[in-house]
Design a protein around this ligand. Sequence first.
Ligand code: URA
Length: 220
Amino acid sequence: MASTASRQRPEDAYTAAPFVPEGAGLAELREAAGGCRGCPLHEAATQTVFGTGSAHARVLLIGEQPGDQEDRQGRPFVGPAGRVLDRALAEAGIDPDDAYVTNAVKHFKYAHVPERGKRRIHKAPTLRETTACKPWLDAEVRLVDPDVLVALGATAGKALLGSSFRVTRQRGLLLPYEERGDCLVATIHPSAVLRAGDRDREAAYAGLVSDLAVAAEALR
Ligand code: URA
């Protein structure tokens, strides 16, 4: 019978940690992230999509992973979900110049589905991939040192608060972020607004704005 060690698969060791330079600033981190091979997601993605925004931002927003547009352009939230997010931030009273935006996972994960032709269809990252990428997120949070973190959706919530996080139960609350003593507000992912049916879209969007307003209030 194979020993435990010989049964270990290469992906058991997914981690970005060896690629994260110690003592680096944001610009150096961004450059290093471009060469991350901490998990296999870099193989099919166009590029690493690192966070953007002010290094002194008071609010740090965390999405799931880049989408098709973000993968092509190399910046987070530049596609349809980003347009929903920008509008909701403005309505909630959060100045985009006061925000740093990033993702829990820095590479686009997708699949091709025969009936959808050449389109690259988003695939949710696994917990192992999210955990592997966490050293980048930890470094961004450490350097930006925001007053409030905003988790956009379940993947970001689980990355920050652990796998028992549930967006339905914990959204819109001012939660302690135990690793740092900052506070965290979770909400739905902006793409959930886009996916909602016609009848539910307005309510989903209003919920997003109202959760973001909790973060805005905490900043005051
Ligand atoms: N969805 C995300 O979670 N992040 C992006 O950057 C774009 C879409």
